[in-house]
Design a protein around this ligand. Sequence first.
Ligand code: PRP
Length: 207
Amino acid sequence: MTVKVLNHPLINVLMTNLRSQETSSFEFRYTAKKISSLMAFEVFKDLNVDRKKINTPLESFLGVKTKDPKPCVISILRAGLIIAEGITDIFKDVSIGHIGMYRDEKTLSPVNYLIKLPSNLQNRQCFLCDPMLATGGSAISSLETLKQNNASDITLVCLLASEEGIKNVKEKFSDVTIICAQKDNHLNEKGFIVPGLGDAGDRIFDT
Ligand code: PRP
């Protein structure tokens, strides 16, 4: 399994704002989306393309276009929406899927409330978006859903991942790539990433 922690200075400045408790909900939303857009360059680095011949005003040129079937960007609701928005602001030629899920605050187990995906994910590059990889429960459950829909080329895109979450995903899905902006080394007793950034969904949507 490949794990890429970007730790890029431009992203790290924005992640510092995101982590700060002083950051308001609208700034948090704006910043999370901006970081996701910056991450798009790494996320789509291995995008499948076909050759495309065009004519410039001067002569013919052999360029590239997105390969069919198009990649699929999947948000784990709610908070994944903002990551998907940020990366698709940069690259729009994608299908979009949604997996509705929340983490039961007592058991920490993921509960599904919606699955809406393109009919077949076979041969598609799938980009699963969620700002937080904490215990890994939500990601693992979503990865199982994607596998049941024949996905085989999956990248998990997060802002912040915990060591434990990465380890748990790795144990179950050795073929999945994880790209995150930053990594923290532990979870507290409530399963929150520490020092973390709090509850991403609540901070994004001000709930
Ligand atoms: C948060 C977060 C992830 C999940 C991470 O979602 O956005 O989906 O928890 O935790 P895990 O790795 O331990 O599963 P939350 O349940 O708060 O739902 P929300 O996006 O609707 O706020």
